[in-house]
Ligand binder design. Structure first.
Ligand SMILES: [Zn+2]
Length: 453
């Protein structure tokens, strides 16, 4: 089986409205005079070739977008203007030798103008057009020529085969139904911030096969094709892979001097009282005190807590939580140190914002495995060692002394909002610590490699 990701260029859009950039949100009042920011809004299609047939996933935007979208006004707000001749869908397919007539299935995630823009290319080719039944019901059911990003001219009159639920289209290629962002596929009661999931997704396991020779398919009048070495990304799917995964990470600020900007970064959250959490040995380097000092420079009241226990225990975490409660309330936390300081900060953040005890949140069977019911405060993680990774994870690891077990708490809300990785801090650690951190990283990598199935 072969899977090709076809880069079809990008539309441009004003993120104030689309909020697509990770971490992006509406602007505070002191930024209201900044100019509007436009970002590329990329569009892709996916071609899957199997021994049993060929499937195209989505069709991107049409080369005649400017006139096609005129009745809707979309051309003014999402111009498909960051695209080269080689990136139009037909050119990308031609490059791979996938003539529209050679495809067996064209599967539409949904019928928005940026996904169904070229589906007419497959009219009468013998390719079966597939979409979800609820999506079709909505897209064909509304009154008028367009509704939101649905544009009837894109798909009206075409014959769609509809599917419902997870559906295997070709052997090993399954369409997975998930809540989507178009009217027909959003379950009632879904909060607005959960509506951005792509719908549905394709799962593809198993081995590879060869491609056919190239041909081309025209896309109406356009500029002469230039020669470019850019090629669509192509890879063979390994046998029996884990083909679906989620990549989650905080914003990462990296570079010598990055730790000197924490005051500025935290000021963006409008916080006033900040607890800097560290252990006694890191505190002795002076780094946490310097962080607290620059926070003061931004009008924040910052205090250092240096009682972190190296390899946190339930007792040490409870002591830290107790300290934070007694000296709080705190609007934000900054963890300076190794994994112990960062994990302790996560526990402190959790238990000063949510009800219950530590064990309520610890993984089952040791604890009750509860999810936090309330949002946590912003946590900025500043690792001073290279081996932890805790600055980017959702996990807090601890020893439960009485049971003599190492366990943890894991929830996306525990993840720091910002990781500040400043080589100026890691360079100053003793050589033995650097070597041990390196061995730790190597061992974790080997574990992951060995246990990938
Ligand atoms: Zn859409």
């Amino acid at each position: 089986m072969k899977l090709h990701i076809l880069d079809c260029g990008a539309m441009s859009c004003d993120l104030t409205w689309l909020l697509l950039k990770p971490g992006r949100t509406i602007r505070p009042r002191d930024e209201r005079d900044r100019p509007v920011e436009w970002y590329p809004c990329t569009t892709h299609a996916v071609l899957i070739e199997t021994g049993e047939g060929t499937l195209l996933w989505d069709t991107s935007c049409p080369c005649g977008w400017e006139t096609r979208w005129k009745s809707t006004g979309l051309q003014e707000f999402f111009p498909y203007d960051q695209v080269s001749d080689e990136q139009y869908l037909d050119a990308q397919l031609g490059r791979l030798g996938a003539d529209p007539a050679s495809l067996d299935y064209v599967v539409l995630s949904h019928l928005h103008f940026d996904h169904a823009g070229n589906v007419r290319m497959f009219e009468g080719t013998g390719a079966r057009l597939v979409c979800n039944d609820k999506e079709k019901e909505f897209a064909f059911g509304y009154a008028g020529a367009f509704d939101g990003a649905h544009l009837k001219a894109d798909y009206e009159g075409l014959d769609f085969t509809t599917v419902s639920g997870d559906t295997e289209i070709l052997p090993g290629v399954t369409l997975i139904e998930a809540p989507g962002h178009t009217v027909g596929t959003i379950p009632p009661g879904t909060p607005p911030w959960r509506r951005s999931a792509p719908w549905p997704s394709v799962r593809t396991p198993r081995s590879s096969s060869a491609t056919t020779p190239p041909s081309s398919a025209p896309c109406g009048p356009r500029r002469t094709a230039s020669t470019s070495e850019e090629r669509p990304m192509t890879f063979a799917v390994p046998a029996d892979p884990e083909s679906v995964f989620t990549y989650g990470a905080p914003a990462l600020k990296f570079g010598p001097g990055a730790a000197a900007e924490i005051g500025f970064d935290l000021a963006q959250y409008g916080v006033r009282r900040v607890l800097v959490v560290t252990d006694a040995r890191v505190a002795a380097t002076g780094a946490p005190a310097r962080v607290a000092e620059q926070l003061s420079g931004y009008g924040m009241e910052a205090r250092v807590y240096d009682g972190v226990h190296v390899e946190p225990t339930d007792e040490s975490l409870e002591a830290a939580v107790e300290h934070a409660r007694a000296s709080g309330p705190w609007d934000a936390y900054v963890a300076v140190g190794g994994g112990s300081s960062i994990d302790t900060s996560k526990a402190v953040n959790l238990l000063t914002t949510n009800p219950g005890t530590l064990l309520d949140y610890v993984n089952v069977p040791v604890g009750a495995g509860l999810a936090p019911s309330r949002p946590l405060k912003p946590l900025v993680a500043v690792p001073t060692t290279t081996g932890t990774g805790s600055e980017s994870t959702t996990i807090c690891v601890l020893d439960v002394l009485e049971l003599k077990v190492k366990t943890g708490i894991s929830h996306p809300r525990l993840r720091p909002v910002l990781a500040v990785v400043d080589p100026g801090l890691t360079m100053t650690q003793p050589a033995g610590v650097t070597a041990a951190a390196g061995m730790d990283i190597l061992c974790h990598a080997l574990e992951s490699y060995q246990n990938r199935r």
